[in-house]
Design a protein around this ligand. Structure first.
Ligand code: 13P
Ligand code: 13P
Ligand code: MG
Ligand code: MG
Length: 368
């Protein structure tokens, strides 16, 4: 049986600044998902939030890029925006960058990641949702999970993965269309590394196993700045990763997150901090951050989801959260000096550029 997993998320307004959506908004999103399950459009659904973003996990049999599924997500976000406005919440409709829906949420603001799959007898997968960062947040951990035996012991131990994986990587600074490259590990390992080292420019769109051609992972790639032409909030990406058997096991998928790697995001989308792996439905606090990521594990069978296992809700991650706080605080001590504040071309606000332009006119070239 073919099943599609669609995760679509958006920031449509939040309480107390960019901190979390309201309960009424979440109830509305759940109600909309419930109606869609009853009508038969979806076979199952879940609503979660990560910081100020609402994520809709929709299970159905309509394939990827289905206009009815995308319209359902868009209409749901329009409805939660209306509630946010009626409650006077901050940034109501923030991620809905276009006025009229035109068949697909891609390029319109919401982040989306979808996989159509032939259900295996057991179909485990993990949904990641991050807040206060760009889609490149997945570069480091996914590279490690799919290409590095330091994290993926299965590359050595499990014959099913010997063929390696293909990384489909997108140039997110190209705005005329989708500019992508496909590279295989292990043979193109250094080329993959060369691109992924710059997570603000090149991001993973999907990962496919070489032996069977099955899609293992998909991630949202939208950069709101490039859609809107100005800062309208950070991209706050989502991803789906299938696990076990010919894919990395769930533990190999979580392993790299223990680094709490540095990414650009946090306050005003313009600061480097350590990503903190957190429990489902965690809010935002310190310096409009820290940048957070949640991971929900599920199995799907005949289109129906199990309950979620909240993967970062385990004592091991308490220590990692502590480490992430310390790494973030250490960077924050440096304030606005690079690399604590991001590089000029990644500045989400125009203030620095405007100041530099003004100051540039006052520079003089000293005569010898
Ligand atoms: P199983 O032997 O139960 O498949 O477990 C393998 C595994 O995923 C351990 O990491
Ligand atoms: P969001 O993209 O999560 O709304 O955050 C915006 C921001 O600038 C926080 O300081
Ligand atoms: Mg926001
Ligand atoms: Mg957000």
């Amino acid at each position: 049986m073919k099943t599609t997993l669609s995760i679509i998320k958006a920031d449509t307004g939040s309480i107390g600044g960019h901190n979390r959506p309201s309960d009424v908004m979440l109830a509305k999103a759940k109600e909309a998902m419930g109606v869609a399950v009853k009508s038969g459009l979806l076979t199952d659904a879940r609503v979660t939030f990560t910081g100020d973003d609402i994520a809709l996990l929709m299970i159905h049999d309509k394939g990827t890029d289905n206009p009815d599924i995308h319209k359902l997500a868009w209409d749901t976000f329009v409805a939660t925006t209306a509630i946010a406005k009626s409650q006077g919440l901050y940034g109501a409709g923030q991620d809905l960058l276009k006025d009229a829906f035109s068949g697909n949420v891609r390029g319109m603001g919401p982040g989306s990641a979808e996989i159509e799959l032939e259900e295996r007898p057991a179909e485990p997968f993990v949904v990641f949702a991050a807040d206060k960062c760009g889609p490149g947040v997945f570069n480091y951990p996914f590279f490690c999970s799919f290409a590095d035996p330091f994290h993926n012991a299965g590359l050595l131990l499990a014959p099913e993965m010997r063929g390696g994986f293909t990384f489909n990587i997108m140039d997110v600074n190209y705005t005329e269309g989708d500019r992508v490259i496909s590279l295989k590990v292990p043979c193109d390992y250094y080329d993959v590394a060369t691109l992924l080292r710059d997570p603000n420019h090149y991001v993973i769109e999907s990962i496919v196993e070489n032996a069977g051609g099955l899609t293992a992972a998909v991630a949202s790639t939208s950069r709101l700045h490039n859609i809107a032409g100005k800062y309208v909030g950070k991209d706050d990406p989502v991803a789906i990763v299938r696990t076990q058997k010919s894919f990395p096991d769930t533990g190999e998928i979580t392993s790299p997150w223990s680094l709490a790697h540095y990414v650009l995001g946090n306050n005003r989308g313009s600061h480097h901090v350590a990503v903190m792996p957190v429990k489902q439905n965690t809010i935002i606090s310190y310096f409009d951050g820290p940048t957070i990521v949640t991971a929900a594990g599920y199995c799907v069978h005949e289109g129906k989801l199990t309950e979620a296992v909240d993967i970062f809700d385990q004592p091991f991650w308490d220590m990692i959260r502590e480490k992430a706080s310390q790494k973030t605080l250490e960077m924050r001590r440096q304030g606005f000096f690079n690399p604590a504040m991001g590089p000029q071309d990644e500045m989400e606000y125009t203030g620095v550029m405007e100041n530099l332009k003004r100051l540039d006119e006052k520079f003089v070239v000293r005569k010898k």
